[in-house]
Design a protein around this ligand. Structure first.
Ligand SMILES: [Zn+2]
Length: 199
């Protein structure tokens, strides 16, 4: 191990650290999120016998995940919408207002769809997608809580700038965003989304 590892519970350095190859990150409120690479450390302490799971730079990870959803494939689900709303720190009523839907219930109904996709066709979600992208810029990228790097920002600007061109891809897209892979190349690196090329 290049970095000195400590037990988060007792501080002992008598620990064994393991980086799981594929960590299923379900406690973020989304299903189908896999963390790959060096971003998760499981510390097994010989002194206090505790096993602790640490997610490195979790605040950034949550924002990268949001970015992967707003710039990702068609087939937004209820839980993805809820995830984004919470990331934007908005109430259902506030999101409904931003979407030009006066009714908070519309957002509540969408969120209640859980793992189901909100719309049958990609065409129907373009308007919602455009609003979510602008909210992501305003409430994450330009906020004081932004944890994304200049590289992330460049990727986002590219995705937003080519949104109109990407609409045709979105319309042609047959896959869904069911599985999201987020990778960290080293313990010092940033998180990055790796969209599965197979789906
Ligand atoms: Zn310990």
């Amino acid at each position: 191990m290049a970095l000195k590892s400590k037990c988060p519970a007792c501080g002992s350095t008598n620990v064994r650290v393991e980086n799981p190859r594929d960590y299923y990150y379900n406690h973020c409120g989304l299903t189908g999120v896999h963390l790959l690479g060096m971003g998760v450390a499981i510390t097994d302490c010989a002194a206090c016998k505790q096993k602790t799971t640490t997610i490195l730079q979790e605040a950034q990870l949550l924002q990268v995940l949001g970015m992967a959803i707003v710039t990702g494939k068609p087939g937004l689900t209820g839980e993805q919408l809820r995830y984004l709303r919470k990331l934007f720190e908005m109430t259902q009523g506030e999101l409904a207002d931003s979407l030009g839907k006066g009714r908070r219930e519309t957002v509540a109904e969408w969120e209640a769809m859980g793992r189901k996709r909100l719309f049958k066709t990609p065409y129907e979600e373009i308007g919602l997608r455009a609003v979510l992208m602008s909210l992501f810029a305003a409430r994450v990228l330009e906020s004081e809580f932004n944890c994304l790097s200049s590289q992330h920002k460049a990727e986002y600007a590219n995705a937003a700038g080519t949104f109109v061109e990407r609409v045709s891809t979105l319309l042609a897209g047959r896959g869904t965003n069911k599985s999201i892979e987020i990778r960290r190349q080293s313990r010092r690196a940033d998180w990055s989304a790796t969209h599965c090329s197979a789906c």
